[in-house]
Design a protein around this ligand. Sequence first.
Ligand code: HEC
Length: 215
Amino acid sequence: MSGSPRFASAPRTGCFALARSAAAIVACVALAGCEQVMRDMYEQPRFDPDEATQLFDNGSATRAPPAGSVARSRGDVAATTSGRRGVEAVEAAQAAYARKKLPPITAALLARGQQRFDIYCAPCHGIVGDGDGPVVRHGFPAPPSYHVDRLREAPDRHFFDVVTNGHGIMYSYADRVTPQDRWAIVAWIRTLQLSQHAQVDSLPARLRARLEAAR
Ligand code: HEC
């Protein structure tokens, strides 16, 4: 703004400057101290799961749970132990909630599932789910085909859970695919499975006639 008063900056010599430098040095030393404490916290002397050790006869730092132990996420008290809900119970509730929120399975929903599948899954699983996507053709380990009996018979939740948690070397897509989109993808995978394994008897008469004519 023209005409507004200008303030001269404080002189950078004398006591004031000295005090400032001293404060800066103290701050640096204090921060360096904090950094050391943080580092000590990260690098505690502790064992990682299955780390080797000579402490125990079997050479592993991981101890077998005593006979009769029940994982916190399993068993009758999974949803109640210490007022905390077991991981499996939480996952089941989240999956059920997203399923309830899913709009009815229409062509539009399948189109959404197909679009998400083509973006996030087809690079490895292939456009029809054969497990031969371009990433695999470039050397990534091949996933199983969706058209094997085991995966055709697997429940819907299995596919949902694989996207949520990952599976073996496949990593989780939970941060990229929303729970509702996961269900849309499951619907599309079911469509792909049907497309590769349709029973002639289950086709509408019109399509069956066309098929017979093409034979
Ligand atoms: C980077 C490659 C890659 C991408 C992308 C990918 N997967 Fe996978 N997927 C794999 C591999 C590899 C396996 C086999 C993992 C194993 O058994 O160690 C697998 C396994 C699976 C299985 C089979 C699990 C079983 O019971 O054997 C399902 C279902 C699956 N993926 C679904 C999906 C879905 C849905 C998406 C997209 C949201 C997706 N994957 C994206 C690589 C990928």
